[in-house]
Ligand binder design. Structure first.
Ligand SMILES: Nc1ncnc2c1ncn2[C@@H]1O[C@H](COP(=O)(O)OP(=O)(O)OP(=O)(O)O)[C@@H](O)[C@H]1O
Length: 313
């Protein structure tokens, strides 16, 4: 199936010379929930802003349902709803007026029943006549979501949807996202939180320092995340893994000085005690044990550490 959104070789170098995106290739499937996971400054907002035509890319192409996002900007943009991180709403307008205005911006005529539905979904209906300036921070965020949905977009971008959001809004938001998905809306959200991606997404992309490091099905990612490694440091090196240890997933490292056992951390039994007993039976002595994280966790740990240039700043 043709992707609903496709990025090919998309890069961005800001005026100051900072390369925020380095040749990103990404295809988003129609109807999926895609979580873009990465630390502060990874390039998530830059990527969303490029797709939405707010930031001009330095290179690459973006197509939205076949429309080139730059040449055919209006058609491409009309398919997208964006819930930004920052509040940028006319403070003096009422909730209802601002949401209706957002719909008209995309050339859509009034559809009061639809506007009422999204305002009710977001628990904003009772506040429809309130001026934005009189709303709490949480309510203002709900208005941003209503505005993004006002023109019935096919793709919804949520930039850090749950940052600084209370539990009830988070719950409403997840419910709304599930409902939108059943209607076939494609949802792309950015987040810092692995567990948020785990809860909602069909697929996850990991971005750091402007590079898309991996894209995978959530299930596959989570099972990889669940893997742990135990390194057994031997007193004397061995030439090969003994037959008697075949039932454990072992590899021999460091010129036979290290036995590496890979196991599922979520399993009820890790098999570690029986492995260590078996080593004793075989007369294989060890001097130390080290647990290490799976490669994906290493990626996440690497992600959380700031790029060098930011450290220096
Ligand atoms: N207008 C700009 N001019 C110069 N540099 C910018 C500009 N906007 C963003 N950057 C830089 O580009 C990098 C990527 O920023 P971006 O906002 O895309 O990251 P992010 O992953 O969305 O982070 P956050 O979660 O903090 O929003 C950062 O180093 C940022 O400082």
């Amino acid at each position: 199936m043709e992707p609903i959104l496709s990025l090919t070789g998309v890069s961005k170098t800001y005026g100051g010379g900072h390369q925020a995106l380095k040749s990103v290739d990404l295809d988003i499937r129609k109807g999926e929930i895609f979580a873009l996971l990465g630390p502060n400054g990874a390039g998530k907002t830059t990527m969303i802003s490029i797709v939405c035509g707010i930031v001009t890319p330095s290179g690459g192409t973006i197509t939205v349902a076949g429309h080139d996002a730059i040449r055919d900007y209006r058609k491409a943009r009309a398919m997208i709803g964006l819930v930004p991180q920052e509040l940028a709403t006319d403070q003096f307008e009422t909730v209802l007026a601002t949401v209706k205005f957002s719909r008209r911006l995309f050339g859509r005529s009034g559809h009061d029943a639809y506007i009422e539905e999204i305002l009710r979904d977001l628990s904003l209906w009772d506040k429809r006549k309130s001026k934005i300036m009189h709303l709490s921070g949480g309510m203002k965020r709900r208005v941003l979501i209503a505005k993004a949905l006002a023109h019935e977009p096919d793709i919804l971008f949520l930039d850090e949807p749950t940052a600084g959001v209370d539990v009830s809004l988070r719950r409403d938001m997840w419910k709304l996202i599930s409902r939108l998905r059943t209607r076939g809306v494609t949802i792309i959200l950015t987040t810092h939180y692995i567990d948020e991606a785990e809860e909602m997404a069909d697929r996850v992309g990991v971005i750091a320092n402007g590079e898309l490091l991996l894209v995978d099905e959530k299930q596959a990612l989570m099972s990889k995340l669940g893997k742990r490694e135990l390194d057994i440091l031997l007193v004397d090196p061995i030439a090969a893994i003994p037959e008697a240890l075949a039932e454990w997933d072992l590899s021999l490292e460091d010129e036979g000085n290290r036995l590496r056992y890979t196991f599922d951390a979520q399993a009820e039994r890790t098999g570690i005690p029986s492995l260590l007993r078996k080593l004793g039976d075989l007369g294989i002595a060890f001097k130390d044990l080290e647990t290490s994280k799976s490669s994906l966790e290493d990626i996440f740990v690497g992600l959380v550490s700031q790029p060098d240039e930011e450290k220096a700043a």
